[in-house]
Design a protein. Structure first.
Length: 499
């Protein structure tokens, strides 16, 4: 995902201090992606893209409709701008093109590509079950119901929707010739040519009803977490010759530059999944047996409500296993006799919380109101506010990590309530902070004890996961470890098995 278009560069230079300081960015070298967060803090923040779409992250969502697009069939009399912006090749799209199947109208702005190199034809950004494809196309749309243009939408949590298409080398693809035949005219950075319009739909796979959906970010600076991602399940192909045209023709440097740099390998590395789940619109086919179905909104709210106002001592004694990752139930098998049949716990469609756990949930405490407010948190405004607060007290090198630690729980909760992630431990702690100490302490102790017994936490994983200390809990580092048994880091067991 790459949103800089030629017209938006002006806005960025006015709005972003990073660019005022002349921050450029590349995919490797001293300005490479490890250094992006220095000038673009969101690149080190939460809910980043791309991710590896693994089976265990998938949740079938029966409400996901086929993608519907309007006015994608452009006439040859309409001129499109094909350009090289130094990071990608990009085609501007007319504003009559839009997605009509999402809750808002998302108007098309541009499409662009990410690709590997001739020696390594693997350059997609997203991976599916750790498989990287040769290239990936992003068709970028902005929420035109709510925002007047791309610039205003780009940093809003509901600002962008991107259609992602995985590209493999194989059959020749005539649709790609509509722009590849002009690519010699844009060899160098900032060059652009006008090309006749064509049917943009032909660049997409045949089936628009099968896709992966998750909440993520721009994959290039400034990495705003503002993208509703739709990655089509089925890839398209281009011929080897077409792939070579894309990967060997262009330069990331200007024509007059004495040290020309080839433009290839322009993909970002995989990002942490941050407890996110990936919704799928389909459930047939290889590897999808046992795919969980999304939790009902009611159940999600009940769980949060229980954390907010329920009896935590009860939760610690009886319901603890529900807060732990899959497999942890075994630790408490001795305590809970009805857990004999471990494997079927997740299969049962029983009420998540027993009546006894609910007896004290009926009390109405104001803390619940705060968290269950219907207003959507805006990722960016939240990160922005926290960033400036932290700036007072943190050195620059601690800032990005601190930003993650502080904002992640709130983003995770919002995402959980929207059914876009599992509830992670830092978030549970965050919720518990407002609780009476003795109750929280009880749960704290049980959680800590259970976590101590938890194995398979590799140092590498530990290092990459931010540790936030909310009160007395420790250790804090389990949520992103994939579990060999069951499904990954479901802190709760809110999912139902599909039969
Ligand atoms: C986008 O819209 C805003 C608000 O109407 C306006 O101030 C700004 O100039 C527009 N930007 C572009 C690039 O058109
Ligand atoms: C909870 O309290 C709020 C005001 O503090 C009130 O509007 C709401 O109706 C109450 N809900 C219940 C279930 O008592
Ligand atoms: Zn992109």
């Amino acid at each position: 995902m790459h949103f800089l278009s030629f017209t938006h560069i002006v806005f960025i230079q006015l709005a972003l201090p990073a660019v005022l300081h002349g921050a450029k960015w590349t995919y490797s070298g001293p300005e490479g992606e490890h250094h992006w967060p220095k000038h673009y803090p969101y690149c080190g923040g939460s809910f980043q893209s791309p991710i590896d779409i693994k089976s265990e992250l998938l949740r079938f969502d029966p409400t996901l409709r086929p993608i519907e697009i309007q006015n994608y069939n452009l006439s040859p009399t309409e001129q499109l701008t094909l350009g090289n912006n130094g990071h990608s090749v990009q085609i501007s799209l007319p504003s009559k093109m839009y997605i009509s199947s999402l809750p808002h109208r998302y108007t098309a702005a541009q499409l662009h590509f990410h690709w590997g190199s001739s020696s390594r034809p693997a350059g997609s950004e997203h991976m599916v079950n750790s498989r990287q494809y040769a290239a990936e196309m992003h068709v970028v749309h902005f929420n035109s119901d709510k925002y007047p243009n791309m610039s205003m939408a780009v940093d809003k949590s509901d600002g962008l929707a991107v259609l992602g298409v995985l590209i493999e080398v194989g059959e020749f693809n005539p649709a790609f010739e509509h722009f590849l035949r002009f690519i010699n005219g844009i060899k160098y950075r900032d060059q652009r040519v006008q090309v006749p319009g064509f049917n943009i739909r032909a660049l997409l796979p045949a089936r628009l009803d099968e896709y992966f959906r998750y909440d993520g970010s721009l994959t290039t600076p400034p990495c705003y977490p503002s993208v509703l991602w739709t990655l089509f399940r089925n890839h398209v192909t281009i011929s080897r010759k077409q792939f070579l045209a894309l990967s060997t023709t262009l330069y990331s440097t200007h024509a007059q530059d004495s040290a020309p740099m080839p433009l290839n390998g322009n993909f970002r590395k995989l990002q942490l999944t941050d407890s996110r789940v990936v919704l799928v619109s389909f459930k047939e086919g290889r590897g999808l047996q046992g795919t969980l179905t999304v939790t009902s909104p009611l159940t999600r709210k009940q769980i949060v409500q229980q954390l907010l106002v329920g009896d935590l001592a009860d939760l610690a004694d009886e319901g603890l296993y529900k807060l732990l990752p899959s497999g942890s139930e075994k630790l408490h098998a001795g305590k809970k006799k009805d857990l004999k049949n471990q494997q079927t716990v997740a299969k049962s469609k029983q009420q998540m919380l027993s009546p006894s756990l609910w007896k004290k949930s009926q009390t109405n405490r104001s803390v619940g109101k705060l968290w269950l407010a219907e207003d959507a948190l805006c990722y960016v405004s939240l990160e922005h506010r926290v960033f400036h607060q932290l700036k007072q007290s943190h050195a620059e090198n601690q800032l990005v990590q601190a930003l993650r630690d502080v904002t992640f729980p709130e983003l995770n909760l919002k995402s959980y309530l929207d059914c876009k992630s599992d509830l992670a431990l830092p978030t549970i702690r965050h919720l518990l902070r407002g609780r009476p100490t003795d109750e929280a302490f009880e749960l704290d102790r049980s959680l800590t004890k259970a976590l101590m017994n938890k194995k398979h936490i590799t140092p590498a994983i530990k290092k990459s996961v931010p540790v936030t200390n909310y009160g007395g809990f420790s250790p804090a580092t389990v949520s992103r470890k994939p579990h060999s048994q069951g499904y990954p880091h479901p802190w709760l067991l809110p999912m139902e098995w599909e039969d």
